[in-house]
Ligand binder design. Structure first.
Ligand SMILES: [Zn+2]
Length: 76
């Protein structure tokens, strides 16, 4: 698991969701971003988001796609 980090002021937050940065050196797998939906390639820094208390439902987002979702106020 990703260790807890100090609060990141540049990371957009949404009520009801936990979010953490995945730095490029920890991005060892490709994922499908639920926001675009395009691939988040291995080696690209991104964010992982999950509903509070449901870490098994985590999804990997491009940071800009997550930022847009927060601006919309919903994840889908
Ligand atoms: Zn995306």
């Amino acid at each position: 698991m990703i260790p807890p980090r100090p609060e990141d002021p540049f990371l957009p937050r949404m009520v009801g969701y936990e979010i953490q940065r995945v730095p490029s050196y920890r991005a060892v797998k490709a994922y499908t971003c639920p926001g675009c939906p395009q691939t988040v390639p291995a080696g690209q820094g991104h964010v992982v988001v999950w509903p509070v208390g449901m870490v098994e439902d985590r999804r990997h987002w491009h940071l800009h796609c997550w930022r847009l979702a927060v601006r919309r106020g919903r994840v889908a």
